[in-house]
Design a protein around this ligand. Structure first.
Ligand code: SAH
Length: 491
């Protein structure tokens, strides 16, 4: 596994000072997964190249007693491709340079110099495009060569391995930091345990560039090896400002499409052109679109008392509170942490008493009957059912449709067919680690129709997000309305 770093900054051999490795010597280091060697294939005043070669011993890895390393195959790609081992080596061997320190050439540390990094082999399941999406926003000129599976059998097609060259005028510590974070992002087989300290590492190394990166969500999700909770934590801390910006842009969209009259009631206005509508949709995140769709249904239903089941951090609750027509709102979630965040988002501690009376937050599970959920006109269950154990779905159905029994129910869930559109999602995997299932459009309808039938509701389905001709939209919504005949017969 080979990484080279070159510069044409003159004198080019100053690279040796920056990396704290003498160009005239071969140096070797023992790491707990093998050997790292540093040497300079070229070292002239015009151009200097440092090479970091990792020699990984897979047999030792498999036999290792070190529980932080797990490897169960002797034959794998580890010795040949850039992986999380490379990041460990970068931190161990070039740690001082990574941290941007250099006693002998302090001015060079803070200077952007022409740099070129070449990784001999790196995996990218999302292909060339994913490599570009990761590095180009950081200002690199990216050169990519894709390798075939077997040169003697071109009919076998391309492999997911690439030779990657990055060129930029930047500080050496920046280049090393980007490699340190992004190499493991490309490598789905991180070799060590991913815990909270990885979030700290990501935030430390991502400081100053990750929050502005358009792929920050996918970067965090892959860096933390699809640990949904950790990703959420990291993003919450990293992009606190971004969420605010998202909410602000959502507010602009509401202002774009809806006119607020002096009396405070809202009147729908047509978007001016189709392009303007499309541009507005692009600015609204998928989740925002779900929430707005649900809000719309709840408003149209004429409900005065509404439930938000699995309310999470209170994004929908916030919108519901802004609508005067909703007299009482109840949010329920099984996660205490989520409810605490909801409380903060809604600023409940400083709410005026009349407003405070409009909302109740309940800590509870959707799979147990709760009398406090009865007597409501409508319920929203947004991106929640896929978190329920399939064996507990029937309990949820009874809790909501038999006992709570509101007139209107809005349920949204991912459309699994759309998953092929997510480049970073491996085939057959769910969008989030917490998901117990993800349904196709047919599966969702096959669940919802009989449920509506036996509970006395009519059900309609709609897509959420931009629809693809083949796989549909990213998310799907079912709206259940109690048949008027049933309501009358009960009155
Ligand atoms: N509806 C929110 C949150 C969706 S995330 C939104 O759209 O923003 C899914 C939420 O469902 C999480 O907050 C999770 O804690 C909650 N949840 C999962 N299983 C649950 C259960 N059995 N009972 C209640 N809430 C549950």
């Amino acid at each position: 596994m080979l990484l080279t770093i070159s510069t044409t900054h003159q004198p080019a051999t100053d690279l040796g000072y920056l990396l704290h490795k003498n160009p005239a010597r071969l140096q070797s280091f023992t790491l707990n997964f093998g050997q790292a060697h540093v040497f300079y294939p070229e070292a002239s005043a015009e151009r200097c190249t440092a090479a970091l070669l990792l020699d990984i011993n897979t047999v030792d890895l498999v036999r290792s007693k070190d529980s932080s390393i797990s490897m169960d195959q002797y034959v794998n790609d580890r010795p040949y491709v850039a992986s999380s081992f490379m990041s460990v080596a970068l931190a161990d061997v070039f740690g001082t340079a990574l941290n941007g320190r250099c006693k002998q050439r302090p001015e060079l540390v803070t200077t952007a110099i022409p740099l070129e990094a070449k990784i001999a082999a790196i995996p990218s399941r999302g292909g060339e495009e994913w490599l570009r999406k990761l590095f180009e926003p950081l200002g690199y000129q990216v050169e990519i060569i894709q390798h075939s599976l077997d040169e003697e059998h071109p009919e076998w097609g391309a492999s997911p391995y690439f030779t990657l060259t990055l060129k930029a005028n930047c500080r050496l510590s920046e280049l090393l930091t980007h490699l340190y974070v992004l190499i493991p992002v490309l490598d789905n087989a991180k070799h060590y345990w991913i815990g909270n300290d990885e979030v700290e590492k990501l935030l430390k190394r991502g400081s100053g560039w990750l929050q502005g990166h358009p792929e920050r969500r996918n970067i965090a999700y892959n860096y933390l090896r699809h640990k949904h909770n950790l990703t959420r934590d990291a993003l919450e801390r990293l992009v606190a400002e971004e969420v605010l910006a998202e909410e602000e842009s959502a507010a602009t969209i509401e202002a774009d499409g809806v006119d607020v009259t002096a009396s405070g009631s809202t009147v729908e206005v047509e978007p001016i052109t189709a392009e303007a509508a499309q541009a507005a949709e692009k600015r609204t995140s998928l989740h925002e679109q779900r929430l707005l769709a649900a809000l719309d249904i709840l408003k149209q239903s004429g409900a005065r008392r509404v439930l938000d089941l699995g309310c999470g951090e209170g994004r929908l609750l916030k919108k519901l509170l802004q609508e005067k027509s909703f007299e009482h709102i109840l949010g329920l979630d099984v996660s205490y942490k989520a409810l605490e965040l909801a409380q903060k988002r809604l600023h409940m501690e400083r709410m005026a008493p009349r407003q405070r009376e409009r909302i109740t937050l309940l800590h509870g599970a959707l799979t147990y009957r709760d009398k406090r959920l009865e007597g409501y006109d409508a319920a929203a269950v947004i991106e929640v059912i896929e978190h329920l154990d399939p064996a507990r779905l029937s309990a949820f159905e009874r809790v909501l449709f038999e006992f709570a029994h509101p007139d209107t129910v809005v349920i949204t869930t991912p459309n699994a067919e759309y998953n092929v559109k997510y480049e970073t999602l491996e085939a057959g995997k769910f969008r989030h680690q917490d998901h117990r299932f993800e349904w196709t459009r047919t599966q969702f309808q096959d669940w919802a129709r009989p449920l509506a039938e036996r509970s006395g509701y009519q059900v309609d389905f709609s897509p959420i997000g931009t629809e693809d001709a083949e796989v549909g939209a990213p998310s799907q919504m079912a709206v259940f309305a109690r048949s008027s005949a049933t309501i009358e017969s009960e009155v």
